[in-house]
Design a binder for this molecule. Structure first.
Ligand code: GCU
Length: 354
């Protein structure tokens, strides 16, 4: 099978450091699972991977591919079954299942990690990454992120397997195009569930309303919210473009998603099978990240057909200045400072395209 490998200059190395010895139960469904791709149908052990977006999403496709490759690499001992569309529950619920081991894997938005270890906040701050390449380089640098990714193994039994690009987030609402922070006045905007996201929208000039992704459409439709902030793919695939037609490029966030795995489950694999799993992770990251750009294009075109208006005339500098104090005060310990410095180093190496 042929794959496209085009991610700019990122050494695709990844080692999973397991702080815990194998213990406890878990280890996936024995003897098969749902039918379908991802090597899930006939593998001896199937890892359930919870996903809150559609089957069109490049992360879904990359995870299915990883499942097939894992099935092959382990002679059918392991496969992955991806459950899309929040079928296994919202991210904030499912993460507890991953912690207990009743779900083996999931993809989760960065802000939800802050309640487990506040140091994750660094990657969720506004205007943090200069480019997608800079972000990918940070996550491929295990010296920079290895400890953070292993930091909740003991407390939560969760290993962060990888950090993934999840688009650039912009604001949208059903009242008006947004050009300046003043244009956000009085608009209630949904944010992901964390303090950093609430503080950010308040600093940008809006009214923040934290909630799970699945509730947003109804909240917009019923007038509980005037808007939200997200990338073009969510805006289109969750039909937010039907109920909030003004999408404005504030470009305020490049929040990553993380691939999580129950730590015991990973530890219980034989060394050989775990190595096979680990070797497939860089390809998953690259496939998902590469596919994202095309997905943005098709999503935007589809939203435009639905009547959405995309506004590029935004005073990004004004928003950046509004949130600068928040970024500064959020870097309040040595670990965060170290992560912040690593980001700055890669921002210099991979600056924004002008
Ligand atoms: C993005 C991200 C998801 C997250 C969602 C949200 O789509 O990839 O992980 O759940 O935003 O805003 O909730």
């Amino acid at each position: 099978m042929s794959r496209k490998r085009v991610l700019a200059g990122v050494a695709a190395t990844l080692t999973i450091t397991l702080g815990l010895a194998a213990c406890g139960s878990g280890g996936g469904i024995e003897g098969g699972g749902a039918e379908g791709g991802g090597g899930g149908g006939s593998a001896e052990t199937v890892f359930r991977l919870a996903f809150n977006q559609t089957e069109e999403h490049p992360q879904y496709k990359a995870a299915m591919q990883m499942g097939e490759d894992l099935y092959e690499a382990t002679d059918g001992r392991y496969g992955i079954e991806v459950y899309a569309n929040e079928l296994l529950g919202t991210q904030s619920d499912v993460v507890n299942n991953v912690s207990e081991g009743s779900v083996e894997m999931m993809l989760i938005g960065g802000p939800l990690m802050e309640s487990f270890n506040p140091d994750f906040v660094v990657f969720n701050l506004p205007y943090m990454f200069a480019s997608q390449e800079a972000q990918a380089a940070v996550f491929a640098d295990t010296a920079a992120t290895g400890e953070l990714f292993a930091s909740i193994e003991e407390s939560k039994n969760i290993t962060v397997v990888a950090g993934l690009f999840a688009g650039v987030r912009n604001v949208y609402n059903n009242e008006r195009p947004v050009r300046t922070p003043e244009d956000l006045a009085g608009l209630r905007l949904r944010v992901q569930q964390s303090d950093s996201q609430v503080a950010m929208i308040e600093a940008m000039g809006g009214v923040a309303s934290p909630m799970g992704q699945g509730e947003v459409y109804t909240a917009l439709q019923s007038g509980v919210l005037e808007g939200a902030e997200n990338n073009e793919t969510v805006y289109n695939s969750l039909k937010h473009d039907e109920v909030a037609k003004y999408y404005s490029y504030t470009e305020h966030l490049m929040i990553p998603d993380y691939l999580l795995m129950n730590t015991d489950v990973l530890a219980q694999m034989s060394e050989e099978d775990r190595a096979a799993f680990t070797e497939l992770v860089p390809a998953l990251v690259e496939d998902a990240n590469t596919g994202f750009f095309e997905f943005i294009e098709t999503s935007r075109a589809a939203s435009e057909e639905n009547g959405a208006e995309f506004n590029e005339d935004v005073d990004v500098e004004a928003f950046r200045q509004r949130v600068a104090p928040l970024v500064e005060e959020s870097i309040d310990n040595d670990v965060k400072q170290g992560l912040y410095d690593a980001v700055q180093q890669y921002n210099e190496q991979y600056p924004a395209e002008s």
